[in-house]
Design a protein around this ligand. Structure first.
Ligand SMILES: Cc1cc2nc3c(=O)[nH]c(=O)nc-3n(C[C@H](O)[C@H](O)[C@H](O)COP(=O)(O)OP(=O)(O)OC[C@H]3O[C@@H](n4cnc5c(N)ncnc54)[C@H](O)[C@@H]3O)c2cc1C
Length: 405
């Protein structure tokens, strides 16, 4: 079901917005046009892409996934990943911020039904276009999301939490935050809860800057995160369930789509380079044209891999058993590893197609920004960590007996 159909079936009163206004594709394209025009400045100055997010908010992009009954469009996983891809072709930081925000919104949408605070949050995201940030990385724990050091402390109807949040992308710009924490001071590290917080529920004290190779516009600085909030900010469902059913699938699908967008942008530049080179040499292909073919092949593989996983998630999204199956979990976890490696490979081939013109930081064929941005993908939850953790489950999952299993 596409966005328009979802809106029509869920709530007739919501139809006017999309019917009278532009389609979701058009809204994403408008945002991407602004993001592309500002991408170089965002990267150079390591600043938040304000212009792109002003347009995204005008276009109501931040709330597209909120169900129509709470004021959104009820957009599907196919819709939001396509927005990530479109934005990725324009500005990697804008796309990654949108991908992270979408993952947090998905947690609220899929695990917040019937909970008054979570429903309020959905309405605020749709109506006021709240931008939600994420805090999973803590202290020196790297990408070990399934273990938390800081614990929530419940006293009466309030909750407090003090967290050494090593990295919170766009933390200073966000209107709310979704964070994990240990369930209680005497709970084990993996006994975690998830909290969805409004800006008034927490304070941030900056502890680390963000002077990085790429993804500079995500402004992923470190903070001391101090939370004081009502108990209803804590999801009743345990985090392990939310992690498997929503956080991992959405993060991996949306991130991968953003990375595929970066790869596609580099391939577009490589194609323009080959065309120009062939034109100026009487149709003769430049020597590195084979790299262009390799770039196209790895982009095709990347897109096919993401599409297959999006379809698999769409089939299983309301089926707890299917989502929890070893095959699904294994595939969606390894998607992140494969997609990030393929995205880097694609951009490398694209850059080598254009040779020095791609390597330069100036000129119409420069691919320095794309390469720096995409190099964040294997470390954003480090692939080595994922592969080491996945070894047992990979061994346990079966080898398919037919091509269409
Ligand atoms: C652009 C960007 C934005 C981010 N935004 C956020 C955000 O908004 N919120 C947030 O909470 N976090 C964020 N992060 C952090 C991210 O979620 C991870 O925590 C982080 O990327 C992990 O970095 P790491 O490689 O240093 O950590 P680690 O996973 O600790 O890895 C450190 C080193 O140890 C190695 N290693 C680790 N485990 C193993 C293993 N089992 N076997 C072999 N080697 C291993 C790795 O290869 C690596 O060399 C962001 C990261 C990036 C790049």
């Amino acid at each position: 079901m596409n966005v328009r159909e979802a809106v029509l079936t869920v709530d007739e009163t919501q139809t006017s917005f999309l019917e009278q206004g532009p389609s979701l594709v058009e809204r994403a394209a408008r945002t991407a046009a602004t993001a592309a025009a500002d991408a170089e400045g965002v990267d150079r100055d390591a600043r938040f892409p304000h212009k792109a997010f002003d347009v995204a908010r005008e276009q109501k992009l931040l709330g597209v996934m909120i169900p129509a009954e709470f004021g959104g469009f009820g957009a599907s996983i196919h819709d939001v990943t396509d927005v990530c891809y479109t934005l990725g072709r324009a500005c990697a930081s804008t796309a990654m911020i949108y991908a992270m925000h979408t993952t947090k919104v998905a947690c609220v949408v899929r695990h917040g039904h019937g909970i008054p605070w979570m429903e309020t949050m959905m309405r605020r995201v749709a109506r006021d276009q709240w931008l939600l940030a994420s805090s999973t990385t803590e202290g020196q724990n790297g990408g070990n999301i399934r273990a938390s050091a800081a614990a929530v402390d419940v006293a009466g109807d309030t909750v407090s939490l003090l967290r050494d949040a090593t990295v919170i992308s766009y933390g200073a710009e966000a209107d709310g935050l979704v964070t994990i924490a240990r369930r209680a001071t005497d709970a084990s590290a993996s006994d975690q809860v998830l909290l969805a917080l409004a800006r008034d529920d927490y304070s941030l004290k900056r502890t680390l800057g963000w002077e990085t190779l790429g993804m500079r516009g995500t402004c992923s600085t470190g903070f001391e995160l101090k939370v004081d909030c009502p108990t209803d900010r804590v999801f009743p469902e345990a985090y392990d369930k939310i992690h498997a059913q929503t956080m991992t699938p959405f993060a991996h699908l949306c991130w991968s789509s953003a990375w595929a967008g970066i790869a596609a942008a580099a391939v577009t530049r490589a194609q323009a380079f080959v065309r120009k080179a062939a034109r100026t040499s009487g149709g003769q292909m430049p020597p590195a044209a084979a790299h262009f073919t390799a770039a196209k092949m790895s982009l095709a593989k990347l897109r096919a891999l993401i599409s297959a996983n999006i379809d698999a998630f769409a089939r299983a999204e309301h089926d707890e058993r299917a989502l929890g199956s070893l095959d699904f979990q294994s595939s969606i976890t390894l998607l992140k590893v494969q997609a990030s490696e393929l995205a880097v490979e694609t951009v490398m081939h694209a850059m080598r197609t254009a040779g020095l013109s791609g390597y330069r930081n100036d000129g119409e064929f420069t691919m320095g920004r794309h390469l720096r941005d995409v190099l964040s993908s294997p470390i954003m939850i480090n692939n080595d960590r994922i592969l080491a953790n996945a070894a047992t489950s990979t061994l346990m999952s079966g080898v398919p007996l037919s091509l269409h299993d």
